[in-house]
Design a binder for this molecule. Structure first.
Ligand SMILES: Nc1ncnc2c1ncn2[C@@H]1O[C@H](COP(=O)(O)OP(=O)(O)OP(=O)(O)O)[C@@H](O)[C@H]1O
Length: 228
């Protein structure tokens, strides 16, 4: 999947300014940068949710997962129906089996299916949102700040789930976060965004050990400060 010269304007303001990025199969590419740098605008443009110029090629079934799973799931729908919504072409029994398989992919037991979102924890709801995205048989997953609204105690398990999905499915993932520690943990490659542009892109280990751009260095310096 390839993004070429992507530009997003809101009126006279240019939020994304000529971003070019490749997301190879089986790779998690992180997009990191401070609030307002244009990360979500890239995600929304790639998913066709905002007008843009430039091109997005190599992916036609793009699914997005958002920060707040409670907002992205219909509160009146049982989890199983929500996950099975993209599978209405299947006969009832095959659909139920597929929903069970998808819940299993995100480590939720089949008994979750009759529940409503309000009966689940935040982490469980985010797992449901991921299963729902997988049901649509995507060729690209876009994850936008998917752990930011979760308790720190469950953030790690969602990050591990994303890594295991990459390993098991080979699905390319565009992983967006303002948190460099999170991106560093989960991503194979990192692209750093600053004021609408990608200022640096490289393999995670290289970028973290020898950042070339001064802005990347500033971001990296902030990580140990936060830890302390
Ligand atoms: N619908 C909109 N209309 C006008 N300006 C917008 C709109 N959406 C975003 N912006 C502006 O575009 C810039 C980039 O926003 P965007 O949400 O893409 O950044 P971000 O890096 O994802 O930040 P955050 O993590 O805070 O969402 C910001 O200055 C924001 O105020």
């Amino acid at each position: 999947m390839r993004i070429d010269d992507l530009t997003v304007r809101y009126g006279a303001f240019t939020a994304v300014d000529g971003v070019t990025l490749e997301i190879p199969p089986g790779r998690i590419v992180g997009l990191v940068g401070e609030s307002g740098s244009g990360k979500s605008s890239v995600a929304r443009a790639v998913s066709g949710l905002v007008p843009h110029t430039g091109s997005v090629t190599g992916a036609s079934r793009i699914q997005m997962i958002f920060q707040d799973p409670y907002a992205s799931l219909d509160p009146r729908m049982r989890v199983g129906d929500s996950v099975g919504e993209a599978l209405l072409h299947l006969p009832r029994r095959a659909r139920a089996a597929e929903v069970t398989r998808l819940l299993g992919m995100v480590s939720l037991p089949p008994e979750t299916a009759p529940s409503y979102p309000r009966e689940l924890s935040g982490g469980q709801r985010q797992r449901v949102a991921i299963a729902r995205a997988l049901a649509a048989d995507p060729d690209l997953l876009v994850a936008d700040e998917i752990t930011s609204a979760l308790d720190v105690s469950v953030q790690g398990s969602i990050l591990n789930l994303i890594r295991s999905l990459r390993d098991r499915t080979g699905l390319p993932i565009l992983f967006i976060s303002h948190n460099l520690a999170v991106v560093r943990y989960v991503c194979d490659e990192i692209a750093v965004m600053h004021r609408g542009r990608v200022v640096e892109h490289g393999h995670t280990v290289d970028l973290v050990s020898s950042p070339a751009d001064p802005y990347t260095r500033t971001l990296l310096e902030a990580v140990p400060r936060l830890r302390r």
